[in-house]
Design a protein around this ligand. Structure first.
Ligand SMILES: [Zn+2]
Length: 104
């Protein structure tokens, strides 16, 4: 399942936020990101999605986290070696409800 199919509005929002930051290469990845799993931390405000298989320990030195300065809630992209591996989404109830329904 692709993130852009499951969450078309979110994908458009991500693309715009990335373009605003001048991250055009990352913006181009949005349309092909796979929805691999959701975060299972259990926090009731968390709607984080993994777009690559989770690393065993940590992401390592090539990892960067980028706050996209979303208008609603908080969105942070985790990027490893220029690939988006995780979309951290916090305080976005409508996305969380849909995500939980898709990936119980
Ligand atoms: Zn979480």
């Amino acid at each position: 399942m692709l993130v852009s199919e499951a969450f078309p509005e979110l994908s458009e929002e991500l693309r715009e936020l990335l373009r605003d930051k001048g991250e055009t290469e990352l913006a181009e990845q949005i349309s092909v990101l796979k929805l691999v799993d959701r975060c299972r931390c259990g926090d009731d405000f968390c709607a984080t999605m993994y777009t690559q298989a989770q690393p065993v320990a940590c992401y390592g030195p090539d990892h960067r986290a980028m706050d996209l300065d979303a208008d609603k809630g908080m969105i942070i992209l985790d990027v490893v070696k220029d690939k988006i591996v995780c979309i951290e989404i916090l305080h976005r109830g409508e996305i969380r409800m849909k995500l939980l329904a898709m990936l119980p």
